[in-house]
Design a protein around this ligand. Sequence first.
Ligand code: SF4
Length: 170
Amino acid sequence: MRARRGTLLRERAARLSADGPTASGADSPGIRLRGHHLLCLLSFSGDGYSPEFVERFRSLADSYREPGLVVRVLASPDDACAACPHLDAGGCASPMDGPEADVAALDAAVLDALGIAPGPHLAHDLHRLVAALSEGTLHRLCRACSWYGRTDCQRTVREAAARLTVPRTG
Ligand code: SF4
């Protein structure tokens, strides 16, 4: 049953990847994020795979806080992966979190949990959907990640998303 679900997620990831853009277009402002990074950016602790990657992830995390930002959601390598030393021609080759098929399957699972399709979304809408995820769902999605447990994602992701959905004053 579990193997069948993994196969279905991989097939869905392949379809999403084929549907999604593969490069930033000059006519599409905003950032490109793969599904699971919609969660990771909310619990970024300042650690990462290289100084260049940390700088990129911090910049993306700052941008992602802007409610009106357009996020082009993918199930394939994104603007964070572009600065990652584990990215190769076939996608993610991380010894901890890869290969690409597994990461794309996780992206697809996150999109399923959020109830969205790949393509452009407002950051505010994404924050609202993430804030509504249960701790159990976050645990299911995140438990296999090499960073899970270091950053208490089950709690910090939801809390950060909830804070971002509160209207700003002043
Ligand atoms: S480890 Fe893989 S999924 Fe994560 S940023 Fe690097 S290339 Fe992308």
